[in-house]
Design a protein around this ligand. Sequence first.
Ligand code: ADP
Length: 352
Amino acid sequence: MAYQSGLRLIDIDKSFGNTHAVNSVSFDVSEGEIVALLGPSGSGKSTVLMIISGLEKPDRGDILWNGTSILKTPPHQRAFGMMFQDFVLFPHMDVYENISFGLKMGGQKREKVNEQVEEMLELVGLPGFGARNVHTLSGGEQQRVALARALAPAPKLLMLDEPLGSVDRSLRERLMIELRRILHQMGQTALYVTHDQEEAFTIADRIVVMREGKVEQIGTPQDIYNHPSSLFMAQFLGFKNLLPAEVVDVNKQRIMRTPVGDFPADGINLGKVTVLLRPDSVNMKEHGDSKIAGEVVETTFRGNTSRVTVSVNGKILNFDFPSQYTLPKEGDQVILSFEMSEAVHIFTDHES
Ligand code: ADP
């Protein structure tokens, strides 16, 4: 296998009794890259993390760092860092002592430690906070100190396990953006574990989506949003306009029968499929190779975009348009046009 800098997981397998927690998982985290491991609860994320850290042994597969297997390297020698949701700071120590803890353990000189702690505090936006008692810090400040503590020893790989899980929503949004900036500024190689799609999309350069122990899709946030690879991915991303359909031959033409009309289906295998009509890829200007007609049920203002709900042959579909457009009102008849190649995804899996 080609040399690659950073982390590489190859075909990792792990079972607990009858539970196949991790099933043939392979992915890379390149040096300086932030990768999110995203999936619902129970999909195997924490087990992957434990295996990378060396706290669990895989049944099969290999883990490489800069092209060399680290499977036999004990956890502490892997020099990877961890930051958890319950990031508990040492309560009897001040901020300085919390951050310098790992550095002193590493046997660094006092002056160098002082310098590094101050640098970390600057980085996380808390200059001069060294002498503060951790009890006097707000939740967001504690989170930043925890991050500074995790970053200070310059781990080769920093693994963050739902680090913002217990932070309230408004603070979380700010911290997500800050976290990404700080990790990138440090050139920190990071694996960010979350079940929260928005967090993964905001923070990561690439996302590895897990489902029932397997990798479902890997890509940049844009790739994944624009090209969900399966019905599961489409549902996981929150897409709603999913239609049961069937690909059939009629008069030597291959077509796709859907509840909102027939569409050409050249090159697609016969049988049942599920069709996603993207909410963001239709227009009311008759641009495109396909169209559907329906009646507007509701138009809802949602800030930058407005949602237009349309009933097409009794099927309810939602579409998003920029709010500055002149939008149709309840009861209006509309024609929605689109390019098949942009607006329609066909998944071979279907709900039976
Ligand atoms: P996630 O982190 O995505 O929530 P986990 O890796 O924790 O998923 O769990 C994956 C599956 O493996 C789950 O079904 C879980 O119950 C099971 N599992 C994880 N750790 C153990 C363990 N130590 N013993 C038995 N089953 C486990």
